[in-house]
Design a protein around this ligand. Structure first.
Ligand code: MBD
Ligand code: FE
Length: 300
């Protein structure tokens, strides 16, 4: 019995390190906690007329009714759905579920008028107010952080070509094991999260590491759906950014690396060709890339 317990605890430590069980529990719960702490989602729609709510609720329900009728959904399947939905909440995986399978369409509709940079989904792991590094700097990381060093240069400009002095590039990404600080245990608070504020020329130079491809947590309800449907849980390696400047629309995007096998079948459907970088191997074990941002002025 003592031996069994020892084996079990060793396994659970290993699964924390290799991306297993700790990540759904910890990441899901922290993403839910953070989102729930923010009261603005309800605040910003408090004046929505009942007609709008009526339309949206009826259209979603009618899509559900169509599926039930056309697919002849059984009581067993209905009860499995009920049990699964309850479990998604218990696992704290509503942010994960919605960001992986729904956000991409909301993002497309919200940004279709833009002439500047393409964006994509935010995902569940953004944290505001990351430490400021200036226009040129290194993102906070641990001593000996693993992963290929990446030097990223670029400029922030407006759609008319003017450089946007004072623009801010907020960058966050997973480490070489696919973990995000503040959502997986044992990582320093601001690891691989930083803000870079550009100078008068709109230019920035960011030093970081190349993140690894990322598997969404497989041990919770989202993982159960993925397994039951025969899907995979992978997202391509990606860098998350929010780029902002006075008088301009906030750009939320992710940048990807060419040749990643999941660029074409991202579980979160968030890759766009305009967001794939063209990194250059510097020949000394580091990689450099140039990629800038064009922001749309706020109109009207
Ligand atoms: C991520 O890192 C992510 O970017 C998305 C969209 C969903 C889950 C984890
Ligand atoms: Fe991500």
């Amino acid at each position: 019995m003592t031996t069994d317990q020892t084996i079990e605890s060793v396994e659970s430590i290993e699964s924390v390190e290799s991306g297993g069980s700790a990540s759904a529990a910890a990441s899901g719960a922290s993403a839910t906690e953070r989102f729930a702490a923010d009261k603005s989602p309800f605040e910003s729609v408090k004046d929505t007329p009942p007609e709008r709510v009526d339309t949206l609720a009826k259209r979603v329900l009618s899509a559900v009714y169509d599926t039930i009728r056309e697919e002849k959904v059984t009581y067993d399947e209905f009860n499995a759905l009920k049990a699964w939905l309850i479990q998604v909440g218990k696992d704290g995986e509503w942010p994960l579920f919605l960001d992986v399978w729904v956000e991409h369409e909301v993002e497309k509709v919200a940004t279709e008028h833009r002439e500047g940079n393409k964006g994509t989904i935010e995902g569940p792991y953004y944290v505001p107010d990351a430490p400021e590094q200036g226009a040129t700097g290194t993102i906070p990381m641990r001593d000996g952080e693993s992963g290929t060093p990446l030097t990223w240069t670029g400029r922030v400009s407006s759609t008319d070509g003017t450089e946007l002095a004072g623009a801010k590039v907020e960058l966050w990404h997973a480490d070489a094991d696919g973990f995000y600080s503040q959502f997986a245990p044992g990582i320093p608070e601001w690891n691989l999260r930083g803000s870079f504020t550009v100078g008068d020329d709109g230019a920035f130079e960011i030093h970081t590491i190349r993140p690894a491809p990322y598997q969404i947590p497989t041990d919770g309800s989202c993982g159960k759906l993925i397994a039951a449907a025969g899907w995979h849980a992978w997202r391509p390696a990606h860098l998350h950014v929010k780029v902002s400047a006075p008088g301009h629309e906030l750009l939320t995007a992710q940048l990807y690396f060419p040749g990643d096998e999941h660029n074409d079948d991202d579980i979160a459907s968030a890759v766009k060709p305009e967001l794939v970088l063209s990194p250059v191997d510097a020949g000394d074990g580091t990689v450099s890339v140039d990629y800038g941002f064009v922001l749309d002025p706020v109109r009207g």
